[in-house]
Design a protein around this ligand. Structure first.
Ligand code: SAM
Ligand code: SF4
Length: 500
């Protein structure tokens, strides 16, 4: 459909999306929780911490307490590489304390690339007439799942949608139902998707209630940039996304719609990274103060090149690799309980280095073209992709590398199915208890994956790691060992989806 006609027929849908009363109810005396000037004042007035203060800040982070903005700003000021090295060591210790040596893995799944918004950095923006637009039918969605589950072995997805009447809440619900319905025979058992997380446009509370009922795990919305002036520049006025506050309160509405697992994030490169890291902390603190629960995950993508999109070519605030590593360390220290997601947008080398900075989740075998898992034609079709990936390695090779480095890949999705979410999980994460449950479930799901999908080489390396892990469970968690080993044996015998 020609651009003008398309825009006209969508207008009434667009006009009905934003519910002003669902913004106003959260503002305090008309103000939001991102005070741009105050953030810059805190940053500008911050001083490098003395050794004594630094020790106190790091002790607080090790105790899994959220940092104050002044503390974070003081860490941002540090310019001695030796001190950054020390911060990285503490970051990884916190990761180990809260999440142990496991890395959760997932796959992104793009179901449609129609979008009424016009974000300047995104290949799916509506003015990008070169993009081939497509929405998967329910049968096509099921085919994608058959590939993801049957060929690769994924159990957890982040499902991504553009914002468009064709992919509204009804489509989202229907596709999620379809995703959960697919079961595939595997080498030694059966596979299915056990957790669907959603990255979609901000929604009204009524739509979020519907979404929650569909059985999704985490609801993710990235603010892109928290800096209002920049936000306005990259999200044209008159688009839904052009409304900063509708997006800023997406997670408040999610909590009010019944969610207790939410994911926040910023798209790094749009504005000064120092401001964005501070703002992410303000967001986390606001959620903690209002709902008693902070973000389940924080994402920190950097802008990647996108098809027919020149935006990235002259990026004023492009984030260098060394600053990107600082961002990861700072997020881990500032919001110690949060899950940190690093995606295949980043290249192999950065992904390897990020492991030593405290990340907890990553994807592999990822395809970001619509229909790209099941249809060979779509795999390399840049006209259907949102941006370009930096790491196209298979799940098998990523898992093998992780295992060589001593990390166990977890496909565990038990937490949200046994009520370990929201306030419950906050407590478990802070006390290090979640790490223990997850360790057991990580081993069980890793066993499943090795038996069903691993190449002989990966299996051999994985087996060695599992042996070591089982000994550790026996020694450190004697009370849980019997139940655990019972499940483990059953899984070896072909039973699936057993969790503690
Ligand atoms: N359309 C929904 C929205 O904008 O919230 C959700 C899906 S959008 C496809 C998911 C995320 O991709 C965006 O929030 C943005 O941060 C990220 N993204 C968009 N363009 C990108 C680019 N060129 N490079 C890296 N990430 C990008
Ligand atoms: Fe649409 Fe999201 Fe891309 Fe913006 S980032 S154009 S809202 S898909």
């Amino acid at each position: 459909m020609p651009l003008q006609q398309d825009a006209k027929s969508n207008k009434s849908w667009i006009d009905s999306r934003i519910k002003q009363e669902e913004i106003d109810k959260y503002l305090k005396n008309g103000s939001d929780f991102i005070p741009d000037e105050e953030i810059w004042d805190v940053l500008n007035n911050a001083k490098k911490p003395s050794p004594k203060i630094l020790k106190q800040i790091l002790a607080k982070a090790m105790a899994v307490e959220t940092m104050s903005p002044v503390e974070l700003a003081s860490l941002i000021k540090i310019d001695d590489p030796k001190v950054w090295k020390k911060l990285a060591q503490v970051a990884v210790k916190i990761k180990k304390r809260v999440y142990d040596n496991r890395i959760v893995t997932f796959a992104p799944l793009y179901l449609g690339n129609f979008c009424v918004n016009d974000c300047k950095y995104c290949g799916f923006r509506r003015s990008n007439t070169e993009v081939k637009r497509e929405i998967l039918s329910i049968d096509e969605v099921k085919k994608e799942i058959e590939s993801l589950v049957g060929k690769i072995g994924h159990k957890r997805l982040i499902v991504v949608y553009g914002e468009h009447p064709k992919t509204d809440i009804d489509y989202i619900k229907e596709t999620i139902r379809a995703i959960y319905s697919v079961k595939v025979k595997t080498r030694n058992g059966e596979g299915n998707i056990r957790r669907v997380n959603v990255n979609a446009a901000p929604m009204s509370i009524a739509d979020l209630k519907e979404l929650k009922k569909a059985g999704i795990g985490t609801f993710q919305v990235f603010q892109e940039t928290y800096h209002k002036e920049t936000y306005k520049k990259v999200h044209p006025e008159g688009t839904i996304k052009g409304n900063y506050h509708w997006r800023l309160y997406a997670m408040h509405r999610a909590f009010d719609g019944g969610f207790d697992d939410v994911g926040i994030g910023a798209l790094f490169g749009l504005y000064d990274w120092r401001f964005e890291v501070m703002a992410l902390l303000y967001h986390a603190r606001e959620l903690e103060a209002t709902f008693g629960i902070g973000p389940h995950t924080i994402s920190f993508p950097r802008i990647e090149p996108a098809f027919n999109t020149i935006f990235r070519d002259n990026l004023k605030y492009k984030v260098s690799d060394s600053d990107f590593k600082k961002i990861m360390i700072l997020i881990r220290l500032a919001v110690p309980y949060t899950g940190m997601i690093l995606t295949a947008r980043e290249n192999e080398k950065m992904r390897r280095e990020a492991l030593a900075l405290g990340i907890t989740q990553t994807d592999a075998s990822s395809k970001i073209g619509v229909g790209a898992y099941s249809n060979e034609e779509n795999i390399q079709n840049k006209k259907k992709e949102q941006f370009v990936l930096g790491d196209s390695r298979s799940l098998d090779s990523v898992i093998q590398e992780l295992a060589r480095m001593g990390y166990i890949t977890s496909f565990c999705t038990a937490g949200y199915r046994c009520g370990r979410t929201g306030k419950n999980i906050m407590e478990l994460l802070k006390t290090g208890t979640e790490g223990k449950f997850c360790k057991l479930n990580a081993i069980l799901t890793f066993r499943e994956w090795l038996d069903d999908f691993a190449s002989p080489e990966t299996k051999e390396i994985g087996e060695k790691l599992i042996k070591k892990e089982i000994l550790e469970v026996k020694k450190k968690m004697p009370k849980m060992y019997k139940a655990f080993i019972n499940y483990y044996r059953k899984i070896e015998g072909g039973e699936r989806d057993l969790f503690l």
